[in-house]
Design a protein around this ligand. Structure first.
Ligand code: A3P
Length: 309
């Protein structure tokens, strides 16, 4: 099944029973919460065959995945905006553990794609299909400070029926702290990938750094991809991947996903894109509790984040 058009996608989604007014159910893969269809097809995902030329973008959800996907595609297309308009993000770089039957899964989409492929995952490091390590694939990991990541994830749950109902802000806050959210604990995720970064071909980036100096970070990504781009192309990529331009770009803002799954009127996918928005959500008590818990969980890592611009 091709999902080239909005109409095809809408028709396919009509066949998804649980979407008719409901939310997806979740279960566990090795202790990590995942949508049930991912759990049911886990053997196929684990057996995914990576290719040496694959470039994988790995993130905890809401850490800047889509932003990085756009940056990487723009670099790969030498700054050609029209080429990057060929399809929406989720078709240009398949999400390997994603599956909502009867839509083609991330694995199916990736398998039909020519090399060099750009792929996406939110899997914690221990769940990455081993073929990525065996093929020595390049991986770009992007992490975002926990507080903004939590806020963004909360709003994303509100608008996306392919995730469980987040409950109240207070309830989601607690679930995030205890790692009882899809793709598991933020703390374990960012630390797990940090710990392996020097053993593999991994470029570890921070959302806050990209925000602070996009050109510097885009240049890093281009170098990692083995691309030498003239200054004017880098400038063009900075512009095309800025928040306002991506928000208005139907191929990058997820408006191609029918509203029965993602309802942008509840909260747009391209919501704020800021550093420090957590201050508009955390109570003083929640902030203290978060910091205390954070100090304990992050005591054994050299990884440092900025929660402010
Ligand atoms: P907010 O909800 O804080 O606005 P992901 O792609 O991993 O799901 O991450 C989505 C988050 O990244 C959202 O954060 C979104 O607004 C932000 N984002 C996406 N593109 C961006 C850009 N070009 N600049 C800044 N933030 C961006």
């Amino acid at each position: 099944m091709s999902l080239g058009t909005m109409k095809e996608l809408e028709q396919a989604l009509q066949a998804v029973d649980w979407l008719q007014g409901q939310r997806i159910a979740v279960d566990h893969v090795q202790g990590i919460l995942q949508p049930v269809p991912t759990c049911r097809t886990w053997d196929r995902i684990w057996a995914f065959r990576a290719k040496p030329q694959d470039l994988l973008i790995a993130t905890y959800p809401k850490a800047g995945t889509t932003w990085t996907q756009e940056i990487v595609d723009m670099i790969q297309q030498d700054g050609d905006v029209e080429k990057c308009q060929r399809a929406p993000t989720h078709l240009r770089s398949p999400f390997i553990e994603w599956i909502i039957p009867p839509l083609p899964s991330g694995v199916d989409s990736a398998n039909t794609m020519p090399s060099p492929r750009i792929l996406k995952t939110h899997l914690p490091v221990q769940l990455l299909p081993p073929s990525f390590w065996e093929q020595n694939c390049k991986i770009i990991y992007v992490a975002r400070n926990a507080k903004d990541n939590l806020v963004s994830y909360y709003h994303f749950h509100r608008m996306n029926k392919a995730l469980p109902d987040p409950g109240t802000w207070d309830e989601f806050f607690e679930n995030f702290l205890s790692g009882k959210v899809c793709w598991g604990s933020w703390h374990d995720h960012v630390k797990g990938w940090w710990d392996v970064k020097s053993k593999h071909r991994i470029l570890y980036l921070l959302f806050e750094d990209i925000k602070e100096n996009p050109k510097r970070e885009i240049r890093k990504v281009a170098e990692f991809m083995g691309k030498e781009l003239p200054e004017e192309v880098l400038d063009k990529i900075v512009h095309h991947t800025s928040f306002d331009i991506m928000k208005a770009n139907p191929m990058a803002n997820y408006s191609s996903i029918p509203s029965q799954m993602m309802d942008h009127s509840v909260s747009p996918f391209m919501r704020k894109g800021e550093v420090g928005d957590w201050k508009n959500h955390f109570t003083v008590a929640q902030n203290e509790r978060f910091d205390e818990d954070y100090r304990r969980k992050m005591a054994n890592t050299s990884l440092v984040f900025r929660e402010d611009c």
